[in-house]
Design a protein around this ligand. Structure first.
Ligand code: TYM
Length: 328
């Protein structure tokens, strides 16, 4: 059975980009008889300063979101990265096989380090190697991610191939799995950049927890252009992004949304989109709140997941330690 894995940082804010780029694909892949792994990447989150109390809350929130989105713990191993120490152990071994040159090419690091000068953490620099370890530990065939993570999955592929060449077949070489639509939801206030939780204004994103009024305001003020027709056109990135979101939240194709708004203007279109987003998020929000009430159950699910992941990870680490010659 092909194994699928993805991870998300527990930042306390998940937006519709995270949802459509990584969470929803993971939910739909459950139905296809794969073996699924979804984990909360807490050790990635501490590459930037975190408030320990909030981090704990954010992890429980993340677990509640995944369950609310339709992740079934009976079919998906749901766990917390730091509970499986093999992730950091393998990351160290891979650190010793990764090249400074290839790490310096990581565009996300370059973006995130901008303006931080000398005080950027070493963790932020080596973070893609920890991500490679996350994937390679479990012989993962496909990694559903948004476009921004593609380069990191490619690094995981390079490291797997390098290790296999040096020590013999050890790791499965993973493929990034990037959906055609929804893998790069753009910022509402700047449709040339991806929607991002670290954006300077909350008008950039729609959080999964935004209330109705906030959603309406954000969509009505989304940046568009001076055009008058509602028609998908890459040269009109603001409108193209809103049409994509409309299509994602209603599971309709873009052409049928365009047909609904033939002869109508932006105001009607944005009003319709806001109501569609609200209708889409309402049941998810209700479920998130339900799951959040039962912290004991959330922890139980994560404990079970950590146990299963640890077993598999340890099997792989035994082979890795033998291959590199540290087993006596
Ligand atoms: P993170 O937490 O930044 O993002 C989580 C997922 O959301 C996707 N995403 C988007 N998709 C579409 N449109 C957007 N605007 C958008 N913004 C974010 C991201 O591509 C990602 O899939 N390093 C990873 C987490 C990670 C991981 C892993 C993923 C750690 N180990 C192993 C896969 C496999 C990260 O920081 O994602």
């Amino acid at each position: 059975m092909p194994r699928i894995l993805t991870g998300l940082q527990p930042t306390g804010l998940l937006h519709i980009g995270n949802y459509f780029g990584a969470i929803e694909p993971m939910v739909s892949l459950q139905a296809e008889g794969n073996e699924n792994f979804l984990f909360i990447v807490d050790y990635h989150a501490i590459t930037v300063p975190q408030d320990p109390k909030k981090l704990r809350e954010h992890m429980l929130f993340a677990a509640a979101v995944y369950l609310a989105a339709g992740i079934d713990p009976a079919r998906t191993t749901l766990f917390q990265q730091s509970r499986v120490p093999a992730h950091t152990e393998l990351a160290w071994i891979l650190d010793c096989h990764a090249y400074m040159g290839e790490m310096e090419r990581m565009t996300q690091f370059k973006d995130k380090a901008k303006g931080k000068g000398e005080s950027v953490s070493v963790g932020l620099f080596v973070y893609p190697i920890l991500m490679a370890a996350d994937i390679l530990l479990y012989d993962i065939a496909a990694v559903p991610v948004g476009v921004d993570q593609k380069q990191h999955v490619e690094l995981a592929r390079d490291l797997a191939e390098r290790f296999n060449r040096l020590y013999g077949q050890t790791f499965t070489v993973p493929e990034p799995k990037i959906r055609a639509r929804g893998a790069r939801v753009m910022g509402l206030d700047d449709p040339l950049k991806k929607m991002s939780k670290s954006a300077s204004s909350p008008k950039n994103y729609i959080s999964l927890l935004d209330d109705e009024e906030t959603i309406r305001k954000k969509i009505m003020s989304a940046v568009t252009d001076a055009g008058t027709t509602i028609a998908y056109d890459e040269a009109r990135p603001g409108l193209a992004n809103l049409l994509t979101i409309f299509s994602l939240v209603t599971q309709r194709d873009v052409a049928s949304v365009e047909a609904d708004y033939a002869g109508k203007g932006y105001a009607d279109f944005k009003r319709g989109l806001a109501e569609a987003v609200i209708a889409f998020l309402r049941p998810i929000q209700t479920k998130i709140r339900e799951y959040q009430k039962d912290e004991i159950e959330l922890k139980r699910i994560l404990d079970t997941g950590a146990l299963r992941a640890s077993e598999l990870a340890e099997q792989k680490m035994k082979v890795v330690r033998e291959r590199i010659g540290v087993t006596l």
